[in-house]
Ligand binder design. Structure first.
Ligand code: ASP
Length: 423
């Protein structure tokens, strides 16, 4: 945990120095050294290398982590009911989260006031938009190998989930392959954390390059982007989560919130859904949730439920479209809802993966990936907040599913409260 904090502060320093360095470079006159050697050379190599290393991990990470997630369901028949409820809850709240994000992004326009359209080299086109029918049919790959080679994420996700479900149905016979996937998953996670070690210098280069080209205008929009994401997270918690809690559980939310602070502290400091699993299990037990429900919903949620991440991705997609002066139509918005929902399934519960998956969302509507460089500046801060929302969603879902399955002891739920009142 201490290590993560060190990396976080290094990234923040990289961001700060990147800002300063970029603004200084902006203020000095153009020269060969400044433009070709520093900005076009050093910054491009380091920043570009870092971005490529992030993108490199998308296909393997999504495939492997999704196969692991969907194959760990155990006995599919027995878990069928809880599984269906959980998945419906996770997917629908995630889709709702993106709708909130797209609404806020369209109304508040965080990217207004910065024009990056001149910065992009090469074509920035929105491409031909596909119809919804094409998108839906296109999820099923005719050739999975081609999907991997082309990096077609929707098809990869479809194939991965089918593989995982098949593995969990055949059970024992799939054991050797499951072990291989679990080990491959560990390796992928490790590569991500190695790549993240380069984040301070990568962020420095990306931010310095950006600010040397666009100058101060960018600061204001970056703060606006941060605030819009935080507002989206806040609305999701206060409206969606507390609304669902009221409707389905019909109990006071306070006992849960009190216990959840303990989890939130761990989540916030580690920025990892996975790292929060033990703490969630513990408080849910204290709150009267049975083992049957929580042992399935919490690990599953840490793997596939990322509402906070989805909010970031929705706002980020609109933000990037706005700074590059690209208008997104209704079809593209729907594509974003679909891809970001599926991306959240493929997002591993470790720090920084949401931003990797953002490239998939951007690619699906032909938005320039270079935009990620700018928002990397506030990525780490947002990761802390969005992961806390991700984990809160897992906990709320668990309570709702447990309640509907009669796996929830209400007396126990309030017992912590009484103890505190008495004390
Ligand atoms: N850090 C997030 C989590 O663990 C994933 C992400 O959005 O990067 O839930």
């Amino acid at each position: 945990m201490k290590k993560k904090f060190t990396l976080t502060s290094k990234i923040l320093l990289g961001l700060l120095f990147g800002f300063i360095c970029g603004l200084i470079l902006k203020s000095i006159p153009d020269s060969y050294i400044k433009d070709t050697v520093i900005i076009g050379g050093v910054f491009k190599v380091i920043g570009g290398g870092f971005t490529s290393a992030i993108k490199m991990m998308v296909v393997p990470l999504v495939f492997v982590s999704l196969v692991c997630g969907s194959s760990s369901m155990g006995d599919v028949k027995q878990l069928g009911r809880i599984g269906t409820k959980t998945i419906v809850f996770y997917l629908s709240t995630t889709a709702l989260a993106i709708v909130i994000a797209l609404f806020l992004g369209s109304v508040l326009k965080p990217g207004m006031g910065l024009d990056m359209s001149s910065v992009v080299t090469g074509e920035v086109s929105i491409g031909e938009s596909k119809s919804i029918v094409d998108i839906l049919v296109g999820i099923i790959p005719t050739n999975p190998i081609a999907s991997f080679a082309n990096g077609d994420m929707l098809q990869i996700i479809f194939f991965a989930m089918l593989t995982g479900v098949a593995m969990s149905i055949i059970g024992e016979k799939a054991e050797p392959v499951r072990k291989v996937f679990e080990s491959a998953n560990e390796i992928c996670m490790k590569i991500v954390s190695i790549v993240m070690l380069a984040a301070p210098i990568g962020v420095f280069s990306l931010v310095a390059e950006t600010f040397s080209t666009v100058g101060q205008d960018a600061i204001l929009v970056l703060v606006k982007y941060l605030l819009v994401v935080l507002l989206g997270l806040f609305i999701h918690v206060t409206v969606v989560y507390s609304g669902l809690f009221k409707i389905f559980i019909k109990q006071k939310i306070m006992p849960f919130l009190k216990k959840f602070t303990k989890v939130a502290a761990i989540t916030f400091s580690t920025s990892s859904s996975n790292a929060s699993v033990p703490a969630s299990m513990e408080i849910l037990e204290e709150l009267g949730v049975g083992k049957t429900t929580r042992s399935f919903t919490i690990p599953m949620g840490a793997t596939i439920n990322m509402d906070g991440t989805a909010i970031m991705q929705g706002v980020a997609a609109l933000f990037i479209a706005q700074i590059y002066g690209i208008d997104l139509g209704m079809n593209q918005m729907i594509t974003i809802v679909l891809t970001a929902t599926l991306a959240s399934i493929g997002t591993a519960g470790v720090p920084g993966v949401g931003i990797i998956m953002l490239s998939m969302v951007l690619t699906s509507v032909n938005l320039p990936l270079e935009g990620i460089g700018l928002i990397m500046g506030v990525e780490r801060i947002i990761d802390m907040f969005r992961t806390t929302v991700n984990v809160m969603g897992d906990n709320i879902c668990t309570l709702i599913v447990a309640n509907s399955e009669n796996d929830f002891d209400k007396e126990k739920y309030y017992s912590g409260e009484k103890e505190e009142v008495v004390a």
